[in-house]
Design a protein around this ligand. Structure first.
Ligand code: DGY
Length: 334
């Protein structure tokens, strides 16, 4: 591993001031003060020239870009938990280390999952909009005003019981939801017991039996359209789906069809298949109050962004101190 005092580091997006200041102190840091997404050409020029790239979820670091990397380019220290925007396999083949920022956005994301679980059945966005649009002219409370559906006592099916899925389960239990989950591996008996969680080896069977589905698995080739048209059809007409993971895990076209046809009651979505494009059909469903759409903001707290920055710095620093960075991502392990 190289031992370099001040590596040159190219950061693709604006980061919190405190993170940028520290990066400037430690590295020859090239910042993005105006926060405009970098073009492919700019990324290629960067990997030809610098030692370290700090990309994030809005950058696509594929094999073609990595082919352009100069011999000095050794580290991709991503400012993200998810790593689906980086071709980790191609990087490994070229001897380039990849790191991410796991763990520090777990709790904030899980909080927002709960907000989205409540959003459609309890008509949160709709209620807020009605009051704002009324411009103070509201007739007041009535027993049949804004009735939604109770979530207490319902069954929540968590798809992906990693850090975030487990944090969601903890909150869900406190909200009185029954926790069900599907995961590649069953979690420990102690965790299951603490969460009073029921494991489903078969995702299909779980989907047919729960009231709310929360997607919390990473985006990998294996989870692309995991929630396919066939699987969405297994859900109950009174059920809701929440996605804070990645848009590609759900077949969005099929989901829109299910909600329009009433075979699924609604959805809370923070991520989209063709992000940042959110199609007009989804926007129409939002106007009809069948979906609540958020602009990929589940982990968006100043605290999480500072912690993410801290992790990026530690990963770069440890690498250039000649050690293995703590958040190394290995091919096939996302
Ligand atoms: C990530 O870092 O993967 C997130 O999607 C940002 O919230």
């Amino acid at each position: 591993m190289p031992n370099k005092k001040r590596p040159s580091v190219y950061i693709t997006r604006k980061l919190p001031d405190i993170v940028e200041t520290r990066m400037r102190e430690l590295f020859d840091a090239e910042l993005n003060v105006d926060d405009m997404p970098r073009s492919r050409d700019e990324l290629v020029a960067a990997v030809r020239r610098v030692d370290v790239l700090v990309p994030t979820v809005t950058d696509r670091i594929d094999a073609a870009i990595l082919d352009e990397a100069g011999p000095q380019f050794k580290l991709i220290a991503s400012f993200s938990n998810g790593i689906d925007h980086v071709d980790v396999e191609a990087a490994a083949k070229k001897g380039i280390t990849v790191t991410n920022t796991p763990g520090v956005l777990t709790e904030d994301t899980a909080d927002m999952v709960m907000a989205l679980i409540l959003a459609v059945p309890r008509r949160l966005a709709e209620g807020a909009r009605i009051l704002t649009d009324s411009k103070g002219d509201w007739a007041g409370w009535s027993p049949t005003w804004m009735l939604g559906h109770r979530i207490w006592g319902k069954r929540l099916g968590i798809v992906g019981m990693g850090r975030i899925g487990t944090a969601v389960a903890r909150r869900a239990k406190a909200f009185g939801l029954q926790v069900h989950y599907h995961n590649r591996h069953r979690v420990s008996a102690a965790t299951e017991e603490a969460l009073e969680a029921t494991y489903w080896d078969s995702l299909d069977q779980m989907l047919a039996r729960v009231d709310i589905v929360s997607i919390n698995c990473p985006s990998t080739p294996a989870t692309y359209h995991l929630m396919s048209a066939r699987r969405l059809a297994l859900m109950q007409p009174t059920s809701y789906i929440v996605n804070t993971a990645r848009g590609g895990v759900i077949d969005e076209t099929a989901l829109i069809k299910c909600i329009r046809e009433g075979t699924i009651a609604g959805a809370g979505l923070d991520v989209f298949e063709n992000e940042p494009v959110v199609g007009s059909k989804l926007l129409k469903l939002a106007n009809e109050n069948k979906v609540v759409l958020l602009p990929h903001m589940s982990s968006a707290t100043i605290e999480s962004r500072i912690d993410m920055g801290e992790k990026v710095i530690i990963n770069i620093r440890t690498y250039y101190d000649g050690h293995r960075p703590p958040d190394r991502v290995l091919p096939g392990r996302t």
